[in-house]
Design a protein around this ligand. Structure first.
Ligand SMILES: [Zn+2]
Length: 124
């Protein structure tokens, strides 16, 4: 039976995609990869990963995920910088959930080499 693709929208199975970042066995190489892995953590209700990948400057003290939220898909619309050669990056995306979607431009920075989420602005 074929393994289902990762919830972040890439074709690889979870274990070979965001699962490696969630488990801590690999680090997201780009801002986009971190963004995908954070979306995937929302899908899986992994608040610990979301907090670990939040910039210490903007990280909330705690994060209560809504267990009734059903995420249905992620679409990356645009990326700027955020590669192995950058210290900052932005990712514009649309994350869909049952009943609506979220259109956001997120900012990412590297802290000690690892990409972390700084903040985001809603676009509509
Ligand atoms: Zn993934």
């Amino acid at each position: 039976m074929p393994t289902p693709p990762c919830p972040c929208g890439r074709s690889e199975p979870y274990e070979k995609c965001c699962g490696r970042f969630h488990a801590g066995t690999a680090a997201a190489p780009t801002a986009e990869a971190l963004m995908r892995s954070r979306y995937c953590a929302f899908v899986r209700g992994d608040a610990g990963y979301l907090l670990r990948t939040w910039h210490p400057r903007t990280r909330p003290a705690r994060l209560d995920l809504d267990p009734g939220m059903r995420w249905t898909g992620l679409e990356i619309l645009d990326t700027a910088d955020g590669s192995a050669f950058h210290a900052t990056g932005t990712v514009t995306f649309r994350a869909s959930y049952r009943g609506g979607s979220l259109h956001e431009r997120s900012r990412f920075e590297r802290v000690d080499g690892a990409w972390v989420y700084v903040d985001g602005e809603f676009l509509d």
